[in-house]
Structures are given as C-alpha cells and as structure tokens.
Write a protein that binds this ligand. Structure first.
Ligand SMILES: Cc1ncc(COP(=O)(O)O)c(C=O)c1O
Length: 407
C-alpha cells in the first residue's frame, strides 16, 4: 500500500546558533572534487532532464542525477569511502592531500610507508563495495559486514573486490556496533559512513566526499543554462548523504538554496520520527528495519547529519515500499523524449514520492506545504542503479510492490 507521512521542520525556523557548514563550503568541496578527478575513469555522472515528466506532473523542471554511472560501481557511495580513506592516509603520512593524487596514493611509496592495514565497515552493499574497491586499489585488505537480509548478489560484488565479507544475523545499527568492536580487537581501521559520539572524523570526510556529486549537479545545471532548483528531494538512511546535499547547497547558495526535503523508508524513518518529536535530539528506530530500500534501512541517525538536517531541512517524509517501486518503474519507462534511468530501490523513492505528491489528490496538503507547481524546478539523485538485479526485475518487470492508485 502507498503510505506517505510527513512533517515540516519548526526547529529550523528557530533563531540561535546553527550547525557549522564550513566543511561543505565551495573551496572545501572543490578540493574533494579535485581529488576524485585524479581517480582513473572519473567522469561526472549524467544529469538527466525529464522535460516530459515535469510537464505531466505540473512542474517547471525535473532533473535526475544518475549515479548508476559512478566509476562502474552502480552507486554514488564510493565517493565517500575513497575520499575518506585518502584523507586518512594523508593524515597518517603527514602529507597534504593535494600532494597525494590517486596515482601517488596507490603507488609503491605509499604502500611501503603505510605497511599493511585493514579497512573494516558495515554496509547494505553500496558503501562496502566502495570501501572494498578503494582498499583493492591501495593493495590493502578490507573486511565488510552486512546486516541480516542483505542481498547475496551484493555480498558477491563486495567479495569480488577482494574483501572478506559476510552477512550477520543483526540489523544495520547492531552490525555497525559489531564491526567497531571487532575492529577494536583486531586493530583494523573503521571506515563507517555514520558518526557517533567519539567517532566523527572519518564520517565527516565520507560526507564531504559525497559533495562531488552535488558540485557536479550544480555545474551541470549551470552549463545547461538552467536556473537553480527550487526543491531537492533526497533520500536518507543514516542521513550522511542528505546532510551533505543540504550543507553544500546552503553553504554555497545561502538564502537562494533550494528547499531540501528528506525522504525515508517508513520502516526506518528515524529523521521523520525525530522531527515529529520536535527535533530536540535524534530518535532511533529499532527492530528488523524491514524495507526493500536496503540502503535506507538504518534506524539511528548520523549525529553530524542530524544537526545539519535539524537546523536546515524543509520537511521530512516517510514512504512505504510501493513508493520506491513506483519511482523505479517511472524512471525506467520514461515519457517520449525523456531519457530512461535504471534506478534501484533506494535510488528511486524520491521520484516515486514526487510523482505521487503531484498526481495523487490526497497529497494536496503536502504539495501546497512545499509550494510545488509550474514555477518549481526539482532536483533528484538516483543514488543507485540495479544493485540487486533480480529484485529490480521483479519490481519493474513483474510488478512486485504494486502502487495501486486510490484516485
Ligand atoms: C543507494 C543509496 N541511496 C541512499 C543511501 C542513503 O545514504 P545515507 O545512509 O548516508 O543516508 C544509501 C546508503 O547506503 C544508498 O546505498
């Protein structure tokens, strides 16, 4: 069943000190992108303009950044892991990152100076694949743990990057704790894409790493002669990605920044629940976090991301699985003249949500609250392709998770 719940963000309208966005300022993100540009095969991923769909939905413009093209890894996540590991190595070696472009980082000198290290992480699939890929490039080892219910195909992709990987009998957040403890005992370096008290540097670098994607999108819009978006819908698991999108836009554009709407799976909607409770402190969702949006199946917010989204986001929306399924179908089956996008379960939920906000009369209140209409230009990030191909086909070809109309 289609279920959409939402809340505005009164906290963001309060006066008083707000989260520090300096790590996401244009100069900082410029350095991040300069590093990524030294990785062989780097290319900005496509920004697809969906003119037909925008017209049909009653929007002025609709643009989707297609991260299925990212370094051949089918998801945006490697941007974070690669940059964080590079920053970490620069720090360990006492060097400036600018002096460690990718060819130097992966060269014999760095390997000899560093010796053998092991990078450890927890993942639904995409982040771990990015960490394993980076470790392989550096000729180092990686250990990757996945929560219960993870797709075997995603596990195999991580193993194919040389990682020692296994699926645990724990949910995502408990797996993160398991990894941290195993790493402490074994002396591994945890490269986790979420922060908690006492563990902030690496996740902040991972978040900065995602900034390349936002930087590219803004440049692509500008190069195409398009104005700034008025609205950005961004999906959240632990919220690292959403907070980066929010922070980069706000740090760069100030009052001109688009409204950022944070979108979660209803079984793991920790930001939505925290906002409903007034956003004073992050609330956790526990249990199995049983959603088809595997990348969003995280019940505990990243503490850095929480502060940023609490202070700046426009609204928080929680969606059931058929919303994501609708997004996958509509991006994969475009209107005439629009390009097709292969978008996975966690990649497509924002497209499904946007289409329902604009088409379903029962979403009129949300449409009005967000001020969406012919004057609006919306930017979405399809953060993954078909990272679980069997699931993708079951949804897109065979209609799993039907989004039956009630109007
Ligand atoms: C495809 C995809 N999209 C979005 C996200 C959400 O990112 P975050 O956990 O930083 O909120 C993830 C996280 O794994 C993901 O894999």
């Amino acid at each position: 069943m289609i279920r959409i719940s939402w809340t505005g963000n009164d906290w963001a309208r309060r006066s008083g000190p707000k989260a520090d966005l300096r790590a996401f300022a244009p100069a900082a993100i410029g350095e991040v992108r300069a590093f990524h540009a030294t990785i062989p095969g780097y290319e900005p991923t496509p920004l697809v303009g969906l003119r037909g769909l925008a017209g049909r939905l009653g929007l002025g413009g609709l643009f989707v950044k297609d991260e299925s093209y990212r370094f051949g890894l089918n998801a945006f996540k490697v941007l974070g892991g690669s940059y964080a590991i590079a920053r970490l190595l620069a720090e360990r070696l006492g060097r400036d990152l600018a002096d460690l472009p990718y060819p130097v980082l992966t060269g014999d000198g760095v390997k000899a100076a560093l010796g053998d290290v092991v990078f450890a992480t927890t993942t639904d699939g995409n982040h771990g694949r990015g960490v394993a890929w980076t470790a392989r490039m550096l000729r180092q080892k990686s250990v990757v743990y996945m929560p219960k219910g993870s797709a075997p195909f995603r596990l195999e992709k991580i193993r194919a990057e040389g990682a020692e990987a296994e699926i645990l009998d724990k949910n995502y957040d408990d797996s993160v704790r398991f990894t941290a403890e195993a790493a402490r005992k074994a002396g591994w370096i945890v490269v986790q894409d979420t922060a908690w008290e006492g563990y902030r540097d690496i996740p902040l670098w991972i978040m900065e790493g995602y900034g390349t994607m936002v930087d590219e999108a803004l440049q692509q819009l500008q190069d195409a002669g398009e104005g700034l978006p008025t609205h950005v819908f961004i999906q959240a698991g632990v919220g690292s990605l959403a907070a980066t999108v929010q922070a980069v836009l706000k740090a760069r554009l100030g009052d001109e920044a688009p409204k950022v709407i944070v979108v979660e799976a209803d079984k793991a909607a920790c930001f939505y629940k925290s906002a409903l409770a007034g956003n004073e402190a992050p609330l956790a969702v526990t249990g199995d976090l049983d959603t088809v949006m595997a990348g969003l199946a995280c019940g505990e917010p990243n503490v850095i991301a929480f502060e940023i989204l609490r202070d700046y986001a426009e609204a928080f929306v929680s969606c059931s699985d058929p919303v994501a399924a609708r997004g996958m179908r509509l991006l994969g089956n475009p209107l005439r003249g629009d390009g097709a996008i292969v978008s996975g379960e966690s990649g497509a939920v924002t497209a499904g949500l946007l289409s329902l906000i604009m088409e379903d009369p029962s979403q009129k209140k949300l449409r009005q609250a967000l001020g969406l209409g012919r004057e609006s230009s919306v930017l979405l990030f399809s953060t993954e392709g078909d990272t679980d191909p069997e699931r993708y086909r079951s949804i897109v070809w065979d209609g799993e998770f039907p989004s039956v109309r009630s109007w």
